[in-house]
Design a binder for this molecule. Structure first.
Ligand code: DQA
Length: 148
């Protein structure tokens, strides 16, 4: 059976392409999804690509990933820096989660340099713009190893 990965995007990422392009680049979320679909073919995995502006919906999608996906790539947007609930959801689902950001959060405002989710994720990729998504897919697939 083909392995599947959830790629989950948080608040305001639906506005990519027009939102602060000097920080987040010109790529739209549709472009990002296309990049991910191309990488999925190369890796021989399937993806579910989702976005929500709502913390509870993101948590529901993480819960629903159990038994369905082999792992998760999560750009939690600003909830990265605020959400104990998302951190708890990640701890609860027993799936490897990679934290992803387009921008280098460590080189930005002090409040962005704290991530509630880093400690419960396998690792973090940030600062590579849209290229970070296929990088994270490669990293997650490598982490998971050969399917049983
Ligand atoms: C972001 C970084 C966050 O600090 C910010 O709130 C976002 C996007 C990124 O992809 O660089 O919404 O997660």
């Amino acid at each position: 059976m083909t392995r599947t990965i959830l790629i989950l995007n948080g608040p305001n990422l639906n506005l990519l392409g027009t939102r602060q392009p000097e920080v987040y680049g010109p790529t739209t979320l549709n472009d990002v999804e296309e990049l991910c679909q191309a990488k999925a073919k190369q890796l021989n995995v399937e993806i579910e690509f989702a976005q929500s502006n709502h913390e509870g919906v993101l948590i529901d999608l993480l819960h629903a990933a159990r038994g369905k996906h082999a792992g998760v790539i999560l750009n939690a947007g600003a909830y990265t820096h605020t959400s104990v609930a998302l951190m708890d959801a990640i701890s609860s689902i027993m799936l490897p989660v990679i934290e992803l950001h387009l921008s280098n959060i460590h080189a930005r405002e002090a409040f962005r340099q704290t991530s509630y989710i880093s400690k419960v994720c396998v690792g973090q990729i940030c600062g590579f713009g849209a290229s970070g998504y296929p990088l994270a897919m490669q990293a997650l697939t490598d982490y998971l190893g050969e399917p049983a």
